[in-house]
Write a protein that binds this ligand. Structure first.
Ligand code: G3P
Ligand code: CA
Length: 278
């Protein structure tokens, strides 16, 4: 009898500790925001209202969209410089008017059921963002878009903390932070390996750029990134974000390393793998 009680006394704390560890490791992965890349872009045509609405249905914390300035000063949501990937008509976005661009079907290429889908404006996309959710605005052109972007943000119902500006061009991030320091702005980068398997740029050089442009953080391709690099970036005082991760196992790993967000084409799949909504 005494022996059994003694065994219980030993096993119980061990069991408790194992359960605690399980919940702690899950809690770490829950802190990463799930961002729907170009909307729920596996299941609906990228950068369309259908894809963004589907992302919200799939319980994304945020959506990501790509934005260009048109010839007549509107901001449209599309990834490429021209329309040829989605439509037989090849229009260069910056040399076209909103009316010309919105004549094109940008849904059928993905699936016939999306026929008639038009290229949305940034105002259309902002309007889909529910209270408490976030939009990552990727600027695909240069600083010329910033004045119109600020005007669109003012016109929208969104609070500044619902918007994250992202861009590969460091000049755009530097200017955004100058114009509206309260806006979160992250520099985008892909770490490459050169012919000697050396990282390019180095993490030190990336951090130097982040400091000089006053960025809040960095968003990188998940390729060629390891735990030490993420730790180094976070220790330097910057947020780390990963794109584009469709594999739940990889997403979980980045979340554990401390990534603030994980951008994915399949928000429902990654949500399942990473944990509950933020
Ligand atoms: O979230 C950043 C990522 O979207 C950058 O790459 O080509 O998909 O715009 P891309
Ligand atoms: Ca993008």
């Amino acid at each position: 009898m005494t022996k059994i009680r003694c065994q219980k006394l030993i096993i119980c704390p061990i069991l408790f500790f194992i359960i605690l560890l399980f919940f702690m490791s899950n809690a770490v992965s829950q802190t990463a925001r799930i961002v729907a890349h170009r909307g729920a872009s596996k299941d609906a045509p990228e950068n369309t209202i259908a894809a963004f609405n589907l992302a919200w249905k799939q319980n994304a914390d945020a959506i990501e969209g790509d934005f260009f300035l048109t010839k007549d000063g509107h901001i449209v949501c599309t990834h490429d410089k021209s329309t040829k990937r989605f439509n037989k008509v090849d229009l260069v976005v910056k040399d076209s008017t909103l009316a010309e661009l919105q004549k094109l079907d940008v849904g059928s290429w993905h699936d016939k059921k999306f026929a008639g889908t038009i290229m949305p404006t940034i105002a259309d996309v902002f309007a889909t963002v529910p209270k408490g959710k976030i939009i990552y605005v990727e600027i695909k052109c240069g600083v010329e878009i910033i004045e119109s972007l600020m005007a669109e943000i003012k016109k929208s119902k969104l609070k500044l903390d619902q918007i994250v500006v992202i861009c590969f061009d460091e000049n755009v991030i530097a200017k955004i932070k100058k114009v509206e320091p309260r806006l979160v702005a992250n520099w985008l980068l892909k770490f490459e390996l050169d012919s000697n398997q050396k990282l390019s740029p180095s993490v030190e050089s990336a951090i130097k750029t982040l400091k000089s442009i006053k960025a809040n953080g960095i968003g990188t391709s998940h390729e060629n990134v390891n735990k030490a690099m993420v730790t180094q970036i976070i220790s330097a005082g910057f947020d780390y974000h990963a794109w584009t991760v469709d594999e739940p196992k990889v997403a979980r790993q980045f979340a554990k390393w401390g990534a603030k967000s994980i951008t994915t084409n399949v928000p429902a799949v990654v949500r399942k793998g990473v944990g509950t909504s933020k």
